[in-house]
Design a protein around this ligand. Structure first.
Ligand code: 5RP
Length: 217
């Protein structure tokens, strides 16, 4: 099976976790499959809180009402993809640049179900360049601080986040203590969000595999 079919398999399996109410919806190609699946049962939910302009547009195209997080309080369920996941369900996210809103919606949700194809499961996070969303004027300063931490930051040139900021993709990190590094990078002035999701990891990871969906919880 191709990678995209495995993403779809994981996305379809996540429907089992939808119990109604308002669903938090992430961003990316795996989530796009989830949105298509969710559209089939949209009569069972009140709507969705979206983590990006791209997902908002797609949700609306599928007839799923998009609600403001400020208007709905705590969410029961958040479904999102990942660029990497370890066995503790700590993640690297932000390949699509939506990490800040994704982290907000994940934090506002009781249960975070992560959906991915099996290639995303790793022993140690960091092979995927770590996205860091940064206030534009702080780009060079933050880049120097990230070098001090042992990484090689690369400016995602030409890319502006939904929040008007820039992204540094940090190569060369081997992340053995994701929670500590998440806090350390969060504390650099000018950093809006680091793409390590370890302080609030996923609760459930559904992997699309050649043998069918595999769930780690
Ligand atoms: C976007 C993300 C995505 O969840 C991540 O990049 C995975 O994307 P895909 O499902 O396309 O592999 O964090 O900011």
């Amino acid at each position: 099976m191709y990678q995209d079919e495995l993403k779809k398999q994981a996305a379809e399996a996540a429907l089992d976790y939808v119990e109604g109410g308002v669903i938090g919806v992430g961003t990316g190609s795996t989530v796009n499959h989830f949105i298509a699946a969710l559209a089939r049962i949209c009569h069972r939910i009140e709507g969705a809180v979206s983590s990006s302009e791209a997902s908002t547009e797609r949700l609306k195209q599928h007839g799923i009402p998009v609600l403001d997080l400020n208007a709905v309080g705590e969410l029961g369920l958040y479904v999102d993809g990942a660029d990497e996941a370890n066995h503790q369900l700590e993640l690297i996210k932000g390949g699509g640049g939506a990490l800040t809103r994704e982290k907000i919606v994940a934090a506002a949700s009781r249960r975070f179900v992560c959906i991915a194809d099996e290639s995303k499961l790793v022993e140690v996070l960091g092979r995927f360049p770590l996205p860091v969303e940064v206030i534009p004027m702080a780009r060079s300063f933050v880049a120097r601080e990230l070098v001090r931490l042992g990484g090689t930051p690369v400016w995602r040139e030409g890319f502006v986040t939904d929040n008007g900021n820039v992204i540094l993709d940090v190569q060369g990190l081997s992340i053995h203590d994701p929670k500590a590094l998440e806090q350390q990078i969060n504390n650099i002035p000018g950093v809006v969000t680091v793409g390590i999701f370890a302080l609030r990891p996923a609760d459930v990871l559904i992997l699309g595999t050649q043998n069918g969906p595999q769930t780690i919880a």
